[in-house]
Write a new protein. Structure first.
Length: 391
């Protein structure tokens, strides 16, 4: 009699669970929450209680949120959400932190893990100063320091400026790895400053970048107050007399503050010769003055055959120290009056003529004779004609 086989079978389904997190290293920002996704693959069923570490440190409440995820097919995605507040707290103890996703499988509870290392950044944008005075005589450059940025930031936004020839020039700048910083610049041309001033004396410019998955705005601003300084001396050409002091007034307009050290040339502060005064600023206007003594006018006459001199009032504005100036040309006269002879004998039966010679006068003038009171037709005055004796 043959042996009858008695048997039993077991069918096994073989799994090789894996756990993965992509990417393994990532830059994150304290301006937003960060989520890590852990892919569980080749698992036969729902895994409950996926382990995430370290998530038990002291710190802000509600810092971590975990979810096992739902099983589908042979895979499941567990997540860990780290709050922005927790990221800020973690950054205080170090820039980089590693988080581990772990499951235990089999009778031996074999650990299957994956990690992600995050590097935490808190980007800032800073423009210094926040407000400033600028001048239409030269270009103005605004520098925006981007700090704690992990890599080159492309296309830094400047509003309301757009790249435009002869108006605005935008430059992202280069990322410096050692300091994790980048300086972007906006150059506003002098012609554009003039255009802006016609509409408003002030303008605000914003430097802006977007960071993180939520494109959070990081920005700073600078408000500029635009000035167009001018200098004016009236008249630009004049005649002066050597027997009097001469004062030249230089009106400086559209100044943001009092200007000290107005330059007058070829004059310098010198007793009995020149007296230079900066003047006081009223509103945006300041009047500087140069007083030239009669003694100095005579000195100038001796040095110059033409008896002329040009004086310049000058200030320097802007980063480039651009000169703003006005001039006055003076022609110096030293008039003399002579009657020759100074005494004379005259007869009552003759008309007597007195001749008065006027020299070094700038133009035809009226001459006063005194005393000439008496009967009608007693005196006849003839001012004569101006004769150029310079030859």
């Amino acid at each position: 009699m043959a042996d009858t086989p008695i048997r039993a079978t077991q069918t096994i389904a073989v799994y090789t669970p894996t756990v993965s997190i992509t990417p393994k290293m990532v830059d994150v920002y304290t301006v937003e929450n960060h989520m890590i996704s852990c892919e569980l693959n080749d698992i036969p069923k729902q895994i409950s209680g996926v382990s995430w570490t370290p998530i038990n440190q002291p710190g802000p409440t509600n810092s971590y949120t975990t979810a096992d995820g739902s099983h589908s097919g042979v895979s499941q995605t567990s997540t860990l959400s780290i709050s922005a507040a927790r990221l800020s707290s973690l950054k205080g103890s170090g820039r980089s932190h590693t988080f581990t996703c772990r499951i235990n499988v089999g009778k031996s509870n074999t650990a299957i893990t994956a990690t992600q290392t995050i590097s935490i950044y808190t980007p800032t944008a800073t423009i210094t100063p926040a407000s400033t005075n600028v001048y239409t005589v030269d270009n103005h450059v605004i520098s925006c320091l981007l700090a704690d940025v992990p890599k080159q930031v492309q296309d830094v936004l400047w509003t309301p400026a757009t790249a435009k020839a002869n108006s605005y020039r935008l430059n992202d700048g280069n990322h410096v790895g050692t300091s994790l910083s980048q300086t972007s610049t906006l150059t506003i041309s002098s012609s554009q400053l003039e255009t802006l001033q016609k509409g408003s004396k002030t303008a605000t410019f914003t430097c802006k970048i977007h960071v993180g998955k939520s494109k959070t705005v990081i920005s700073d601003t600078q408000t500029i107050v635009i000035y167009k300084p001018a200098a004016k001396i009236t008249p630009a050409v004049t005649n002066v007399y050597a027997m009097d002091n001469h004062v030249i007034n230089c009106v400086l307009t559209d100044l943001p503050n009092h200007y000290s050290g107005v330059r007058w040339s070829p004059a310098m502060q010198l007793s009995n010769s020149y007296n230079l005064v900066d003047g006081n600023r009223i509103g945006t206007t300041q009047t500087s003055s140069l007083t030239i003594s009669s003694y100095q006018l005579q000195v100038i006459m001796l040095k110059s055959d033409s008896h002329t001199e040009t004086f310049t009032c000058e200030i320097f504005v802007g980063d480039s120290k651009t000169p703003v100036r006005a001039t006055q040309q003076i022609t110096i006269y030293n008039p003399t009056v002579k009657i020759d002879p100074p005494t004379a004998n005259v007869y009552t039966f003759d008309t007597h003529v007195i001749t008065c010679n006027l020299k070094d006068i700038p133009g035809q003038i009226g001459v006063n004779w005194s005393p000439i009171n008496g009967p009608v037709n007693s005196y006849a005055v003839n001012n004569g004609n101006l004769v150029d004796l310079s030859e």
